[in-house]
Design a protein around this ligand. Structure first.
Ligand code: NAP
Length: 224
């Protein structure tokens, strides 16, 4: 059975994806910063095909150690999903705090670069990379600051990577999951009723569909 490396697997879209792929028989290696959440995940899922390691994707050494851990447990990778990201502040540029700006760029851009760079030698020819993007990375998104800029970056990164990896037959996608019932969405829209949103399981199913159908375009929105 194939295997998956996914960052940020302890909650939201990441967790739903971990669960679905395990259910379909895949081996899965995931990380998050929260060690307790990773332990809770292992306890809850009780699946010997699940491997977890604490990692901050924004930290080079930590990202490298996570990928080496995945390599030790999975061998070569079929699918890499760069899912981990942080929201930052929802405020105009003039008042955007510099330290939060830097943190968001480090996690959402540098993190995607580190994990991808370190994973590439181990991704099978003919494999796949999915980078979680956002509508805020495709259209003007006032007051989304560093998050929006980082997701425009993820879109650009995915487009160039897709070209670079053609000779190896590795497919690359930037996926905008759309509004999804998660902690990040609740932080961005505290007034919203989460029950009006699709659950993260729908996005996990959509990722599985992408894996099975390998669409032609690189930048994809939920529901195509
Ligand atoms: N939910 C939506 O409506 C929506 C819409 C558009 C795009 N997206 C994108 O979809 C992806 C998943 O979003 P979500 O809503 O499921 O987010 P979430 O509920 O906030 O979950 C984020 C996951 O990433 C981990 N994470 C965060 N920073 C990390 C770091 N530096 N290193 C390693 N792991 C880290 C978190 O665990 P720790 O905090 O313990 O590290 C957690 O497991 C993100 O890329 C997001 O931008 C979501």
């Amino acid at each position: 059975m194939p295997n998956l490396v996914i960052t940020g697997g302890t909650r939201g879209i990441g967790k739903a994806t971990v669960e679905l792929f395990l259910k379909e028989g895949w081996s899965v290696c995931t990380c998050a910063r929260g060690e307790k959440d990773l332990e809770k995940l292992k306890e809850e899922l009780k699946n010997p095909k699940l491997f977890t390691k604490a990692c901050d994707v924004a930290d080079r050494d930590s990202a490298k150690a996570f990928i080496e851990f995945c390599r030790e447990n999975l061998g070569q990778f079929d699918l890499l999903i760069n899912n981990a990201s942080i929201l930052g502040e929802r405020v105009d540029i003039e008042h955007y705090p510099e330290d939060i700006w830097e943190e968001v760029i480090k996690v959402n851009i540098n993190g995607v670069f580190y994990i991808t760079k370190y994973a590439l030698p181990y991704i099978k020819d003919g494999g796949m990379i999915v980078n979680m993007s956002s509508g805020a990375g495709k259209r003007p998104a006032p007051y989304w600051g560093a998050y929006a800029v980082s997701k425009f970056g993820v879109e650009g990164f995915s487009l160039l990577l897709a070209e670079e990896l053609k000779p190896r037959g590795i497919k690359v996608y930037a996926l905008n999951p759309g509004a999804t019932r998660t902690q990040m969405r609740a932080k961005a829209y505290p007034q919203e009723n989460p029950l009006t949103l699709k659950p993260p399981e729908r996005v996990a199913e959509f990722i599985m569909e992408i894996v099975k159908t390998t669409p032609k375009r690189v930048s994809i929105d939920y529901g195509f």
